[in-house]
Write a protein that binds this ligand. Structure first.
Ligand code: ADP
Ligand code: MG
Length: 256
């Protein structure tokens, strides 16, 4: 596990007083949070506590009304105002996102799925993009599936392609929103293994998951959300061994 000394390296993501409502329903209640380079943050908490909304604010997919989000030292949201295009799209490239539902393009091969965004958005030649895509497929253990269509893959394979696709944009930080929740139990391990490898390589990651074994083993910091706020955060030893907040204790009892 990495020891963090805030102040030594500037944070990759800084969040201050982040607030988001849907109509009269306040979903995020003034969140403050920093993510440092190489840090693996695991967010846990009950359904509806605002985890996905929080993650979506970190790459500008959700528009909060209040607060600041700084990505790689650049303001993504300031005073509740989102950065305008084209700077918004440029900054979003720093963030790779993996969803529960894979979201692969069904009519494109595995290789094409990985190459389409870098060819359009990065100034790289097609050959260089394909070469990089093959390396990424190797990393996620799918080099033999380059020409396969998504429909022929298992859920675990699809999710590993989705991870390779996100990595193809060379993001500074990777966000995972319950990446294994839609998978059959026997396919969960292969996806977690790839995520663990990324963590070991030093990728900065925020992972929303109910996989407590992964959180214990891989997280540097576990953040507990409830009711639109962060109620507790700390090392896995602290959160799983001696949680202080009564709501954390109740949540852990319900999932462990
Ligand atoms: P979690 O990921 O922790 O389950 P979410 O961030 O998905 O929580 O949702 C937090 C709350 O915000 C929930 O009560 C949910 O119903 C509400 N919510 C999320 N997205 C929307 C939306 N687009 N419109 C209205 N309410 C929403
Ligand atoms: Mg969610």
């Amino acid at each position: 596990m990495t020891e963090y000394q805030p102040g030594q390296n500037p944070p990759v993501i800084t969040i201050r007083n982040l607030g988001k409502s849907f109509g009269a329903h306040t979903v995020l209640k003034g969140i403050d949070f920093d993510v440092f380079p190489g840090q693996v943050v695991v967010i846990i908490g009950p359904s509806g506590s605002g985890k996905s909304t929080f993650l979506r604010c970190c790459n500008g997919l959700e528009h909060p009304e209040q607060g600041d989000v700084t990505l790689c030292g650049r303001p993504l949201i300031s005073g509740g105002k989102m950065l305008a295009e084209p700077a918004l799209n440029a900054l979003r490239k720093e963030v790779g996102m993996v969803f529960q539902s894979f979201n692969l393009f069904p009519h494109l091969s595995v290789l094409e799925n990985i190459c389409v965004a870098p060819v359009m958005l990065r100034k790289m030649s097609k050959t260089a993009v394909r070469e990089q895509a093959m390396q990424l497929l190797e990393k996620v253990g799918l080099s033999t599936k380059a020409q396969a269509m998504p429909g022929s893959l298992s859920g675990g394979q699809k999710q590993r392609v989705a991870i390779a696709r996100a990595l193809a944009m060379s993001p500074t930080v990777m966000l995972f929103d319950e990446p294994t929740s839609a998978l059959d139990p026997e396919l969960v391990g292969e996806v977690l293994q790839v995520m663990k490898l990324l963590a070991q390589e030093g990728m900065t990651m925020i992972v929303v998951t109910h996989e407590m074994g992964f959180a214990r083993e891989v997280a540097d910091l576990v953040v507990v959300m409830d009711g639109g706020g962060i109620i507790e955060s700390g090392t896995p030893d602290h959160i799983f061994g001696s949680p202080e907040n009564e709501r954390t204790q109740r949540f852990l009892q319900s999932v462990l």
